[in-house]
Write a protein that binds this ligand. Sequence first.
Ligand code: CA
Length: 506
Amino acid sequence: MSAPLYIKVKEQDNVAIAVHDIAAGVEVMPGVITRQDIPQAHKIALTHIPRGGEIVRYGVVLGYARDDIPVGSWINEHMLDLPQTPGLDDMPFGTSIVPPEALPDPTRKTWMGYRNKTGPAGTRNLLGIVTTVQCAAGVLNVAVERIRRELLPGYPNVEGVVAVTHPYGCGVAIKAREAHIPIRAVTNLIRHPNFGGEVMVVGLGCEKLTYDMVLPPEDITPENTLTLQDYPGHDAMMEAILAMADKKLQSLNRRVREELPLSELLIGMQCGGSDAFSGLTANPSAGYAADMLVKGGATVLFSEVTEVRDGVHLLAARCRDEAARDKLAAEMRWYDQYLEAGGVDRDANPTPGNKKGGLANIVEKAMGSIAKSGMAPIEEVLSPAERPTRHGLIYAATPASDIVCGPSQLASGIGLQVFMTGRGTPYGLAAAPVIKVCSRNEMKEHWFDMIDVNAGPVATGEKTIAQVGTELFELILDVASGVKQPYSDQYGFHNDLCIFNPAPIT
Ligand code: CA
């Protein structure tokens, strides 16, 4: 089949997206001749849009024309004004609940994971060593290198050692109203499903974040916690850390993978470096895979508050109950105020790269971003770094920043993250594998050995969303089962854990 020149999403849309760069003077459809060169992924006006007129994509108003836009024009981010943010009061809920039979059937019902005593199973068997404070990170990083080199080869069932370091712990207002968010993140990271319930926490000794804030009393023991200031110098410190790690590795080495139902799997989704294709190819394919997982009983988180804010009414309609709707509204309200305190609004989100990729504003970015949630009902809404209590599709409120959403979802317990990108990012996490899905064929050709799944063929008509979604579903289960490794893990491309701290730093 011949590749289309443009993609129009909904019948009522008055703009379309250029599949490739289109020169000026090309008739893209009867009566629509490009007036300028249109860059790939950017918008073409399909009708004359008068000044103040609506610019419609995905069937929603992206904004209002600042001036007359003749048919065939390139519409860039400077040509439209943002519409009002949707209100949060009394949003109807439960009005758009699809029945289970409407969701695509999973092609597999089981996977191979590490069962935990409570909560979701692990996708990896890792020794996770968590710091209470950044001051301990330098020592821990050196110790972890030695553990990998000197101890790990003796424990063939353990797949790695992770230093869970972060910027929190001291120099912070630990009693501030919002301090519970980073404290909850550290608490829940200690219990990450991939760490198998083995607790190993390294502190400095004088920090504000003390063991009792992140561990129950029964876990604060010499077997689980190690305070650097208690040791006389480098050698004693290293010896103590390695001795503690050795005991934990002995326990972890007894873990084996077993066949588990999908209900034992918890994964997260986010996007980063998005372009105008993300919402057409990569995110809808991820949404299809999410629907397959949910139908099979798995739990899938999606996040990124500023990227759903303009479609919040669409999410409320998919909320299973009033409690989920109320918490959704509360999380959005909290974030509106958080942004306002910084003197910005949600349109501070799109990056220069997003705009170069054809995304005019946050409304357009949001409509594409929400597509990753598929169509399943939303069973629960989480505050940042909270653990889910239900299965199915869950909205976990986090910042959209890739490197902040990542640790927030990790703290929520994800065993794997699916990451959609248009512009390309090498992002990865040490504690859980990250599968990279790109939105365009050109991205896959450019980063052929860094992108795991290419959703670009959806735009050129070579594959359907169902085909790419099924391919992604299979890869998710293979990676979760340890059968395959995504590129980010093959290369060890792992980002720092920038846990979300909305509270003051002192
Ligand atoms: Ca993101």
